[in-house]
Design a protein around this ligand. Structure first.
Ligand SMILES: Cc1cc2nc3c(=O)[nH]c(=O)nc-3n(C[C@H](O)[C@H](O)[C@H](O)COP(=O)(O)OP(=O)(O)OC[C@H]3O[C@@H](n4cnc5c(N)ncnc54)[C@H](O)[C@@H]3O)c2cc1C
Length: 507
């Protein structure tokens, strides 16, 4: 039985919607999740989850469970058509508290996320419920649903979050177009079980004749992704003989069992607007990313992480509703940067001809002779960093390369405990100062009381040399762990004034 009204309704029980529902559950916000299917997906889709998403799982209280089904910390090795390895991307650093690249299985993650919703009596997961249409008014959204018994049903909500996937019916009914790049490629995806591989790392065949990525997964699973050329039809590439030939020529273990083969067409696009009135788009509904960087789902999880605490703060009237207007400016540029990142990786793995392939290989070989360049590639420092330049933040006048404001804060361990576990689910004030005892009394009044910010003292040595510039500072972290303000201890009163103004602007 559904209620007549929910503060938040989520359309779509894919990874974005399920993560959002879990985070709202943690924040204690009542919400309704609608999914038209009877169950979460069975077929393999995403196979790579990054450190930022694992940190989001930590916020949802699920890091341990998700990690138990994940092969943590795998790299990518790039091979030329002649079989020479010319680049290794194998990050070892863990700035956000988790390995940067990890192999996982989307169906398992979705099942874990769905089961985790049972923890919350205030979260209703309504599977076999399809959102058929909606109407917005100034004070809410009316949803029309089809329930499993075929009955039309009406439910109200304050905000509707459309996590309804690439072909988002909600986005279409709002008349919001997708735009961006003309990129459109067909890839043959083959998922294998019982397919042990010699190396735990992704093997990228940068072969203009047949670009291919082979990704080992948990429990001897393996994903192959082959680029198709324009003249090749789906049917001829899916034929058993062709599949057997591709497996043989790309080192699949002979005993491998094919669990799925399909042709996907990948796009690189952004929705022209990410919201209209009380309706917000998130995940594939807002952006489509080619899979080469393994970022489609990870981008959707960033959306959920960005929206969840804002919806919670607005619902409990801690902050005003204009806070929600910061969602798109904070997320849009980063989502586009991830799309461009994926397209660039696509250029390396799928060179158009032998000459370009040779040029790319040579460039990487030269770069590998230079230590900082080798480190830049190996540590994946070319991945767009999690940061934004505008939104719910107080600029500190530093240039974009140096400021901490708008960046995802690192997650060191303090006394063996991951920082986020000390911070808790809300806002926090991280004090980095030898004068901490004198600073703490200054953090008890407003605006910190409005934000209900938890004060945590961070030893100066924690966080490594990168944070040394921010000794004798107090940092305001948002619930999504992005830095909203960076204040010198001596300028705390001024910082408090600016934060109070930022809060007032949300009303
Ligand atoms: C082959 C392949 C490989 C990929 N590899 C990676 C990877 O390695 N890493 C990565 O990060 N991403 C990867 N992706 C992308 C990733 O799978 C998607 O980005 C992700 O599934 C998007 O999640 P979502 O929740 O936004 O949308 P979806 O997973 O599409 O979920 C949308 C849900 O909404 C439901 N729905 C739709 N309309 C309604 C309605 N009207 N009412 C109720 N429910 C509705 C649908 O049934 C569906 O369950 C890959 C994708 C593919 C296809």
């Amino acid at each position: 039985m559904l209620k007549q009204h929910y503060p938040i309704a989520i359309a779509g029980g894919g990874p974005t919607g399920l993560t959002l529902a879990n985070l709202l559950g943690v924040y204690g916000i009542e919400c309704l999740l609608l999914e038209r299917n009877a169950a979460t997906v069975h077929e393999p889709r995403a196979v790579s989850i990054d450190d930022e998403s694992l940190r989001t799982m930590q916020a949802a209280g699920l890091a341990g469970e998700v990690l138990s089904q994940t092969v943590a910390g795998y790299g990518s090795h790039y091979y030329s058509a002649a079989g020479r390895c010319f680049a290794k991307v194998q990050p070892t650093e863990e700035p956000f508290g988790f390995p940067r690249r990890n192999a996982f299985r989307q169906p398992i993650l979705e099942r874990q996320l769905r089961e985790a919703l049972d923890r919350f009596s205030h979260v209703t997961a309504a599977f076999r419920h399809e959102l058929t249409s909606f109407e917005q008014a100034s004070d809410g959204v009316l949803l029309r649903l089809h329930d499993p018994w075929g009955g039309p049903l009406e439910v109200g909500c304050d905000y509707l979050i459309a996590c309804d996937g690439a072909s988002s019916p909600v986005r279409k009914s709002l008349g919001i177009a997708m735009s961006g790049s003309t990129f459109r490629e067909r890839w043959l995806i083959i998922d294998l079980e019982n397919s042990p591989s010699a190396s735990p790392h992704t093997k990228v065949y940068s072969n203009p004749k047949r670009p291919c990525i082979a990704l080992p997964g948990p429990e001897n699973t393996r994903r192959y992704e082959f680029m198709l050329h324009d003249h090749e039809t789906d049917d001829e590439m899916l034929a058993p003989d062709m599949i057997a030939h591709l497996m043989e020529t790309h080192e699949a273990a002979p005993q491998s069992r094919i669990v799925r083969k399909t042709v996907y067409t990948f796009h690189a696009r952004l929705a022209e607007r990410w919201s209209e009135g009380r309706v917000f788009l998130a995940g594939d509904a807002a952006h489509l990313t080619p899979p080469f960087a393994g970022q489609g789902m990870n981008s959707g999880l960033r959306d959920a992480n960005n929206l969840a605490w804002k919806l919670a703060a607005v619902t409990r009237r801690q902050l005003g509703p204009k806070l929600l207007a910061s969602y798109e400016p904070e997320r849009r540029d980063h989502a586009w940067a991830m799309i461009k990142f994926a397209l660039n990786i696509g250029r390396v793995l799928a060179p158009p001809n032998a000459f370009v392939a040779w040029a790319i290989e040579t460039m990487f070989r030269v770069l590998s002779l230079v230590l900082p360049a080798r480190d830049y590639i190996a540590q994946m420092k070319f991945k767009p960093p999690p940061r934004f330049a505008q939104g719910f933040l107080v600029p500190d006048g530093e240039d974009v390369r140096h400021t901490l404001v708008g960046r995802l804060f690192p997650q060191p361990r303090i006394g063996g405990v991951p920082l986020d576990d000390l911070l808790g689910p809300g806002f926090s004030l991280v004090v980095r100062s030898e004068r901490a005892a004198a600073v703490l009394p200054m953090l008890s009044g407003d605006p910190w009381r409005t934000l209900d910010a938890r004060v945590v003292t961070m030893p100066l040595a924690a966080g490594g040399p990168r944070l040394a510039r921010f000794n004798d500072h107090v940092l305001l972290l948002r619930p999504d762990r992005y830095v909203a303000a960076c204040m010198k201890v001596d300028d705390l009163a001024l910082g408090a004034e600016k934060v109070a103004r930022m809060i007032a602007a949300t009303v």
